[in-house]
Design a binder for this molecule. Structure first.
Ligand code: SMG
Ligand code: MG
Length: 369
């Protein structure tokens, strides 16, 4: 099939509550959606996970739209034949911009699979029909407010809680959550690069709380720092920002920088590379789980499919639609018994609902060969 047209659609989605991390606050998601059309008829969707500002990674949503328009789509329009597997190799000469590569690959895959009646989950190699879900809880203004939020999520059924931490917001909130909810609650922390190796003695104080893992304490390039830290603390080190490909994952594993990896398809250039990282980790006994970037139902459908692969042995940041948005653009994902169902229909198994999509759209652009 040939790529004949692409719609770039920007939507603005207010979050139900501001989400604060060590690098900033998200209150409204400004999201780039992409609809790919193959042979003038087969249609597929993708959601770009780039945030508004380059604070989580170098990527940001305006740049994602720009690099797609100026450099990626022209290369793909010029191919005689395109399918999901051909997108990555065709875009290989373009450095970085993994989130942009991921969104076009996902949309082409979705179109191809929908046209042939195959589900995304099945195609990736999913072995489960529902996945256990965790929730990522932002930095709060007070420990009391944090406990109240965690209480809500625990009673909703989330099977694990991830607390965002930063210097000055670490031991106290983690201790409070552990004391209040007891030893059985699965708790992990995420620093989004907010510490340095000099903080190792301080971070070692988190060992007493029996955390599942500590996610990305040090800067993304500091693989050796993570390897050193992993020898100084008992809590397993998990990498997020540092892992941009199967190659960087292999290096981090070999150097002993992590024993767990957070796989975010957008951060590594797409679901096919995400699956390669899964396969690599499985072969090395490294546990993986599916990260989140505050996605709508489009991105969530694909993440939940990925999280159903056999190596995803830890609950993901794959929360229900209502943890993020009052109204999702797709049929909402609903938490049942701490799990989300893996969509089983053709392609992603979900599509944007026209009225809901129109209500949040701020701009559309139609591009052709
Ligand atoms: O999608 O539930 C979600 C958010 C999960 O914490 C989350 N993501 O570093 O893992 C991470 C962050 C990155 C995005 S913060 C806006
Ligand atoms: Mg993270």
């Amino acid at each position: 099939m040939k790529l004949t047209g692409v719609e770039l659609r920007r939507i603005s989605m207010p979050l139900v509550a501001p989400f604060r991390t060590s690098f900033g606050v998200e209150s409204t998601r400004d999201i780039l959606l992409l609809r790919a059309v193959l042979d003038g008829e087969a249609e597929g969707w993708g959601e770009c996970v780039a945030l508004s500002d380059p604070l989580y990674s170098p990527e940001y949503v305006d740049a994602a739209a720009d690099v797609l328009k100026r450099f990626m789509l022209p290369r793909l329009f010029s191919l005689g034949q395109v399918d999901g597997a051909a997108v990555g190799p065709a875009l290989e000469p373009i450095k970085g911009h993994w989130m942009s590569k991921a969104v076009i690959e996902t949309a082409v895959l979705d179109a191809e699979l929908r046209a042939t009646g195959r589900s995304f989950a099945r195609e990736l190699g999913a072995t489960r029909d529902r996945v256990p879900c965790g929730v990522s809880v932002g930095i709060h203004n007070s420990v009391g407010a944090l406990l109240e939020s965690v209480e809500g999520y625990v009673s909703a059924g989330y099977v694990r809680v991830k607390l965002k931490i930063e210097p000055g917001w670490d031991l106290e909130p983690v201790r409070a959550v552990r004391e209040r909810f007891g030893d059985d609650l699965l708790i992990q922390v995420d620093a989004n690069t907010a510490y340095t190796l000099q903080d190792a003695p301080h971070l070692a104080k988190l060992d007493q709380f029996d955390l599942l893992l500590m996610e990305q304490p040090l800067p993304e390039e500091d693989i050796l720092g993570h390897a050193a830290l992993a020898r100084l603390i008992k809590t397993p080190v998990c990498l997020d920002e540092s892992i941009t490909s199967a190659r960087t994952a292999a290096a981090a594993i070999t150097l002993g920088a992590c024993s767990i990896i957070n796989i975010k398809p957008g951060r590594v250039g797409g679901y096919l590379e995400a699956r390669r990282i899964h396969d690599l980790c499985r072969a090395h006994g490294i546990a993986v789980w599916c990260g989140g970037m505050l996605e709508t139902g489009i991105g969530r459908a694909a993440n939940v499919a990925l999280a159903a692969l056999p190596g995803f042995t830890l609950p993901g940041d794959t929360s229900a639609s209502d943890r993020y948005f009052k109204t999702d653009i797709t049929e909402p994902f609903v938490l049942r018994d701490g799990h989300l169902d893996v969509p089983a229909g053709p392609g992603l198994g979900v599509t944007p609902r026209p009225a809901e999509l129109a209500a949040v759209t701020t701009r559309t652009e139609w591009l052709t060969a």
